[in-house]
Write a protein that binds this ligand. Structure first.
Ligand SMILES: CC(C)(COP(=O)(O)OP(=O)(O)OC[C@H]1O[C@@H](n2cnc3c(N)ncnc32)[C@H](O)[C@@H]1OP(=O)(O)O)[C@@H](O)C(=O)NCCC(=O)NCCS
Length: 254
């Protein structure tokens, strides 16, 4: 049973690999170029409010699934790429060493207890990548291939071209600028090829490290929602909302 499941996942991941090759002529015909998007033009019928569903097919003739995505993103120190099943062991080690560090800010950490959870995570990330429902990439050291953490564009609104960004680093990788570097790479993908009009970043108001990442990249603080969610300690917490738009004077590419 396990082997069959693994085979199915490998097929899925092979599909993901195939979906990340450069745009074909057909694909490029549905891809909204940044300039066209900025001018307000769109492909397909008028905008449908709300986000792309993770289960229902799109009701428009515009297919987010056909947006070409790069196989990899690079900076001098980092490689960002979609997860593969083979990453599961590394991911689990990274999560396991980081529980105390992640727990205050990441609700999922205590439910992630085995390598099987990491494999499941890889498969879900691959499926969401294929559906363009969530664009999650692993952050790896360019030189060694060591898994450092994760960055994600989630809750995409393909009509508005808006995304939310989230991230975490393993405990032994903090304090070296990797998160800022990785967030910049993903923001560059969002405001460049994906023609984002808005990238939003939300964090617990007490999360100073995350707030400083937002500020270094050039996100603008738009507001503070009081008692906006229940934090991992079960207590209501305030949430800061940052956003970045491409023509923001404060947008600071790497
Ligand atoms: C949020 C999180 C990713 C930030 O990690 P981080 O390591 O502080 O951020 P960066 O990787 O950008 O590193 C920046 C820090 O490294 C320092 N640094 C050291 N060497 C550096 C270098 N070569 N280049 C850049 N910065 C460097 C910077 O001065 C900065 O320190 P400061 O924040 O104390 O001023 C991390 O704390 C984390 O994983 N937290 C738990 C999960 C979480 O909160 N996620 C966000 C939810 S909204």
């Amino acid at each position: 049973m396990v082997a069959e499941g693994a085979e199915r996942n490998d097929v899925l991941l092979a599909l993901v690999d195939a979906s990340t090759v450069s745009a074909t002529a057909d694909e490029s015909s549905v891809f909204v170029a940044p300039a066209a998007a900025a001018a307000g033009s769109r492909v397909g019928p008028p905008a449908r409010p709300g986000h792309v569903s993770r289960t229902e097919p799109s009701v428009t003739t515009y297919h987010p699934t056909l947006n070409p995505l790069p196989d990899e993103l690079h900076s001098p120190r980092l490689l960002l790429r979609p997860y593969r099943l083979a990453d599961a062991d590394q991911i689990f080690v990274a999560v396991d060493e980081s529980r105390a560090h992640l727990r205050p800010w990441m609700a999922w950490v205590d439910g992630h207890t085995s390598v099987a959870d990491s494999r499941d995570w890889c498969a879900r990330c691959a499926a969401n990548w294929l559906l363009r429902a969530e664009l999650t990439v692993g952050v790896f050291a360019a030189a060694s291939g060591r898994h450092l953490g994760c960055v994600s564009l989630h809750d995409p609104d393909w009509d508005l071209r808006a995304f939310r960004i989230g991230y975490w680093l393993r405990a032994s990788a903090v304090g070296q600028g990797y998160a800022t570097e990785a967030v910049r790479l993903l923001v560059d993908l969002a405001v460049g090829p994906l023609a984002a009009r808005r990238v939003e970043l939300r964090c617990d108001a007490r999360n100073g490290s995350s707030r400083r990442v937002a500020e270094r990249v050039g996100f603008v603080l738009e507001g503070r929602l009081r008692n906006a969610f229940l934090a991992s300690d079960g207590q209501p917490a305030d949430e800061l909302i940052f956003a970045l738009i491409p023509d923001s004077a404060r947008f600071r590419p790497a």
